[in-house]
Write a protein that binds this ligand. Structure first.
Ligand code: FAD
Length: 824
């Protein structure tokens, strides 16, 4: 029985204790620096608005579970959730349009939502200024979490089950051996522990520092006020047929405002003021805490609220007869990407984190963490929440501070999914960067890397584009961060040759006498002989997909992996450390070599002509078959060439060290000119990838999916024994309930972007994962999760901003099903 210490008794800590108890864990201590009845963290004064719908499926499902749990958490006949409904109104045409997209997310993730007219907004909320309202989105199952009460009930319930609470006790340090925790040091002695879960809210940075773990969150103050009584505050909302005394929770995002009622008073929250960063350590010791005096509650700065008050009085005219009775600047956590931080310390076993979590997502996050601890896997995908998802450069305090403040500012903005931040930029530049700038690259940012999406230099070829390759006109939304030049780049890749910067795709070196054993154990494939590359899956213990990777065996004990991101690196690093500890003769080292190396994807029917013109090595069909890797020299530059192709063409991934990068680019670019070579960007790359049927981890597939359902069963070697996830794979059903499907849009021109709901026979049954215009077939396509009963050639509809677009389920891949082009 593991000894568990949870740090913090806010809504997250209390829920984690409860979810662990529910799964049979018994040896649990919660340490809280404040008094238990009112610990004094963010939860103690959270107004508790729960708007469930989010662009992220994971976050939305966390919220739905929080609602479900708070409704079931009862005492004296009263639960902890006031399901008054949630109303977001639009006061600008852009917002009204965007609410349609949001309605789509709700439908995709299974939340009942209704787009309503101005009249309906007024019947739901008669205090609104009719003149301003263009329409709204109503979500009947949203409402108010009674967070402080929920914490008290969870404490009671878990105490009754044997959980020990030490309040007014501060954690001051973590006891550990080299690789695992052994206990927490507190203001009243040491508490032994095998597992420590930091639920310290915005004090997370301080807790992390105790174990040299950078926690990328920034505490920011956020203004909240209560008004004096509102004359005639109406009782009864349309949602409960007038039975409830509370109005729906309300968002006025065009002015960064939200509202709830407290009896006959209004509570108003504001995100429009300047970001006000706080250093938790500077807030001092928690002494006596009461409703007005707690570390998370700072002095109200009235001048910052002035615009909000003016806007509120116009928006809800009854407020003109009221004053601000009480206001404060309350502190809670923001992160660089807005997601919570959930997971284990990458190099110290037993130190876990669940921080930067809103009340809205609290029970969902707690359940997920408890599932991971007790079974190894949560039912909801955690990729977007993993503590280890950040690149090293994104953990720098200056980066965390700037981007988290930006998230505060943009929290209610209408953001196009491709819009990059303006700053900080140029964090990671590949060795080819200056040449890309010369070619007019349009850069977007990913993982800190500047990545070309297309090259303006290729505009000169638009006039040569054959009619069959001409892209369709796009609407205002899908034409953002897009250029028809991408069509030229796709066309040249399929008909001549193009070079792609693949440097940002993460490379990991696995070396040592245990390298092959490690990869054999964690993957579903077979590590080939030296000179071979295999495409394989990493599974969870539950048999679902943790990642899909390439393993290139460069030497007997040296592998180069192409993986999906920092989470994969952390996973492999931990697995390697455990193996090295368990069997020292099979030690293995895992090293991220991405930044020190670079790569060019050279693809297209003329790719071989290009390489041959600058290399004496054998790049012939027999000399280097598909899926082989070898060291070679290209224009005198030592390279590792892998015959692989995401775009489904003849060609190679050509890697070298960063110092040689620029010379490699110049050599290939120069040698390619006679063959029509151009540089090509990510739009073409993604489109060609999708046409060819390659899945993208994170958007198409994640830990919620198994290989069979994802159409990736080919990557599991039949009969293989002893790999992670094997027993789950063997016991799983051969007929999945859902499948990842490729859809072709019937009208040949409506491009979608992803996350849109998909309808079959009039019912919402799934959602789009990724989408593109498939240049080779001249039609937009999309991938979507659908019930397995929907089969090839059947018709579905995608809902895009309330418009239904017909599509047909297609057989995959759409291009070159026999791989004749790739294997040439
Ligand atoms: P906390 O409640 O802060 O709990 C952390 C606990 O850890 C604290 O009790 C602290 O005392 C303890 N602790 C820290 N360090 C130590 C240590 N060294 N030793 C022992 N104990 C320690 N969210 C919503 O979903 N909807 C809303 O409408 C909403 N509105 C908000 C309005 C305001 C004004 C504010 C400030 C926040 C709002 N939030 C809202 C956010 C929400 O309140 C927080 O995200 C949430 O309460 C965080 O819960 P927690 O348990 O992680 O943190």
């Amino acid at each position: 029985d593991s000894r568990v210490v949870i740090v913090g008794a806010g809504i997250v800590g209390a829920n984690v204790a409860d979810e662990l108890v529910a799964r049979g864990w018994t040896n649990i201590t919660v340490v809280e620096q404040g008094p238990l009845h009112m610990p004094g963290g963010s939860t103690s004064h959270a107004p508790g608005l729960v708007f469930q719908t989010n662009s992220s499926k994971t976050m939305t499902l966390f919220a739905s579970y929080t609602v479900e749990k708070l409704l079931s958490l009862q005492k004296d006949g009263k639960n902890c959730f006031n399901q008054v409904g949630g109303l977001e109104v639009a006061t600008t045409p852009a917002r009204l349009h965007d609410l349609k997209r949001k309605h789509g997310w709700a439908t995709s993730w299974g939340i009942d939502a209704r787009l309503i007219s101005t009249d309906e907004c007024l019947s739901a909320y008669s205090l609104l200024n009719r003149e301003m309202i263009l329409g709204g989105l109503l979500i009947p199952s949203d409402g108010l979490a009674l967070a402080a009460r929920a914490v008290q009930l969870l404490i009671e319930r878990t105490q009754a089950a044997g959980v020990r609470y030490l309040d007014r006790t501060r954690v001051t340090g973590i006891e550990r051996t080299a690789h695992k925790v052994t206990g927490v040091e507190t203001s009243s002695g040491v508490v032994s522990a095998d597992i420590i879960i930091s639920c310290a809210g915005f004090w997370g940075v301080e807790l992390g520092a105790m174990v040299d773990l950078p926690i990328p969150l920034l505490p920011l103050a956020h203004q909240y006020v209560k008004t004096t009584s509102v004359p005639g505050l109406p009782h009864g909302s349309i949602l409960q047929g007038g039975a409830s005394s509370d109005l729906p929770i309300l968002r006025f995002q065009d002015e960064d405002l939200y509202y709830r009622t407290h009896g006959d008073q209004f509570g108003i929250g504001y995100y429009g003021h300047k970001p006000m960063p706080v250093v938790a350590a500077s807030l001092g010791e928690t002494g006596d805490v009461d409703e007005h005096n707690m570390p998370s509650r700072l002095e109200f700065t009235a001048e910052d609220f002035r615009p909000a008050w003016k806007a509120s009085q116009e928006f809800l005219p009854s407020l003109q007869q009221t004053d601000i009775q009480d206001g404060f600047n309350g502190v809670f956590s923001f992160t660089p990407d807005g997601g919570p931080l959930v997971g284990q310390h990458p190099t110290l076993d037993g130190f876990w984190v669940a921080e930067a979590v809103w009340v809205t997502h609290s029970a969902g996050v707690a359940r997920a963490l408890a599932e991971v601890l007790t079974t190894g896997q949560s039912q909801i995908d955690l990729t977007e929440c993993e503590l280890t998802r950040f690149e090293e450069v994104q953990l720098a305090p200056a980066y965390v501070s700037e981007t988290s403040q930006q998230n505060f500012v943009e929290v209610y903005d209408i953001l196009h999914p491709l819009t990059p931040r303006e700053s900080p930029r140029d964090l990671r530049l590949t060795p080819f960067h200056t040449r890309q700038c010369d070619l007019g690259a349009y850069f977007l940012e990913g993982g800190g890397w500047e990545r070309p999406h297309w090259y303006e230099a290729n505009a000169r070829l638009l006039k040569d584009l054959p009619a069959k390759w001409k892209p369709v006109e796009r609407d205002d939304w899908t034409s953002q961060h897009y250029s028809p030049i991408a069509a030229v780049e796709a066309w040249r890749t399929r008909t001549a040759v193009a070079m792609y910067d693949i440097t940002p795709l993460r490379r990991i070196q696995v070396s040592g006498p245990g390298a092959v054993a490690l990869m054999e154990r964690v993957s579903t494939g077979t590590v080939g002989s030296p000179g071979e590359v295999c495409y394989t899956l990493l599974l969870t213990d539950a048999g679902t997909i943790r990642s899909e990777i390439f393993i290139a065996r460069l030497e007997v004990d040296l592998l180069q992996l192409a993986v999906n991101g920092p989470n994969d690196f952390a996973y492999l690093q931990r697995a390697a450390r455990h193996q090295s500890q368990r069997s020292p003769q099979e030690w293995v080292q895992v090293r991220d070599v991405t930044g020190g190396t670079c790569g060019i994807g050279l693809w297209g029917p003329r790719a071989r002509d290009v390489v041959r013109s600058i290399s004496k090595d054998d790049f012939s069909s027999r000399g280097m078959r598909y899926s082989q890797v070898k060291k070679a020299h290209i224009a005198g530059i030592p390279v590792t060439a892998m015959r692989l192709s995401f775009v489904g063409e003849l060609g190679w991934e050509i890697y070298t060290t960063a110092d040689n990068g620029l010379r490699l680019w110049d050599a290939i670019f120069g040698a390619g000119q006679p063959y029509g070579l151009i540089a090509a960007g990510r739009i073409a790359f993604s489109a060609l990838r999708m046409e060819k049927g390659w899945r993208s981890y994170g958007s198409d597939i994640n830990t919620e999916h198994d290989a069979l359902a994802a159409g990736m069963a080919f990557a599991i070697k039949p009969g293989k024994q002893g790999y992670v996830g094997q027993s789950a794979v063997e016991s799983s059903s051969r007929s999945p309930r859902r499948r990842l499907r490729c859809l072709v849009i019937d009208d040949k021109q409506s491009v979608v972007l992803g996350k849109e709901p998909v309808f079959y026979a009039g019912q919402a049954v799934g959602y789009v994962t990724s989408a593109a215009f498939a240049y080779t077939i001249g039609k937009p396509i999309a991938y979507a999760w659908l019930p397995a009963s929907v089969s090839v050639d059947e018709s579905v509809e995608i809902e895009y901003f309330s418009r239904r677009i017909r599509a047909t389920v297609a057989r995959e891949p759409l291009v070159d099903p026999t791989n004749s082009r790739m294997l040439e």
